[in-house]
Design a protein around this ligand. Structure first.
Ligand code: PEP
Length: 251
């Protein structure tokens, strides 16, 4: 079996002015030592991408955007293209985050367009899937996640130009302080791990992250599960001390 490098990504959501973003990125870079066996990614808001890119220069920490549009350019007021993100220094882009699905009308079909466009532009997408609490209580978790994978990955194959990352983020655990237990998480991760080769062909290298109220307290036990290859972290990534502890627990 392929040994996958753990990935810890910080999603800053709609937080941080330029000065705050610069300071946080600097503290994280200072805390990430060269011998750490973890890939670290920061996803600041669009406005702070180039500022954070400058801070990350010369460090192993990589830059991500929180979303993208699928067209390369054109009359799409307010949108940002994958080419622009690449130009701003991004290596990764989050696609299909539940907050985009919930507040901005993202569907599996728009997620699919975004994944294809991001990959074509040379970005590595962090493709988010996850069920709501109502779907979990109705016993629909695997069905919902399965449909998100099938429709989101339609037309893609395992030999994507850039590595794809999948993030399992139960919607009920995001920003709520509720964390899926390691068993609940592992069940869905194992399902995704089986589904990916069915949909893409070879998929051994694809990392599957967990996201949903990850903290320094719960990260080590989550990371011990066989199919959890890292974490997408929201709230706990907004302070360097908590984010660095999560990184250390993964290494
Ligand atoms: C997220 O933003 O993807 C997330 C998981 O947030 P939080 O860690 O705050 O639940």
């Amino acid at each position: 079996m392929t040994k996958r490098l753990p990935l810890i990504a910080g999603n800053w959501k709609m937080h941080k002015t330029l000065g705050e973003a610069r300071a946080l990125a600097r503290e994280i870079c200072q805390g990430v030592t060269g011998d750490l066996k973890v890939e670290v990614v920061l996803a600041p808001p669009y406005t702070a991408l180039t500022t954070v890119a400058a801070e990350l220069s010369g460090s192993p920490v990589k830059l991500a955007a929180q979303d993208t549009f699928w067209e390369p350019q054109g009359a799409f007021t307010g949108a940002i293209s994958p080419l622009m993100l690449k130009d701003a220094g991004c290596r990764y882009v989050i696609v299909g985050h539940s907050e985009r699905r919930q507040h901005f009308g993202e569907t599996n079909q728009t997620v699919n367009l975004k994944l294809k466009a991001a990959l074509a532009a040379g970005l590595c997408p962090i493709f988010c899937v996850g069920e709501t609490i109502a779907e979990r209580q109705a016993g629909q978790t695997l069905k919902v996640v399965g449909r998100q994978l099938i429709e989101g990955l339609a037309g893609l194959t395992g030999d994507t130009p850039e590595p794809l990352v999948v993030a399992y983020e139960p919607v009920w655990a995001i920003g709520t302080g509720l964390t899926a237990t390691p068993d609940q998480t592992q069940e869905v991760h194992a399902f995704i791990r089986v589904k990916l080769p069915e949909l893409l062909g070879a998929a051994d290298d694809i990392r599957i992250l967990y996201g949903g109220s990850v903290t320094p307290e719960n990260s080590a036990s989550l990371m011990r599960e066989a199919d959890i290859d890292g974490a997408l972290v929201g709230g706990a990534s907004l302070k360097s001390d908590s984010f660095l502890k999560i990184i250390a627990a993964a290494g």
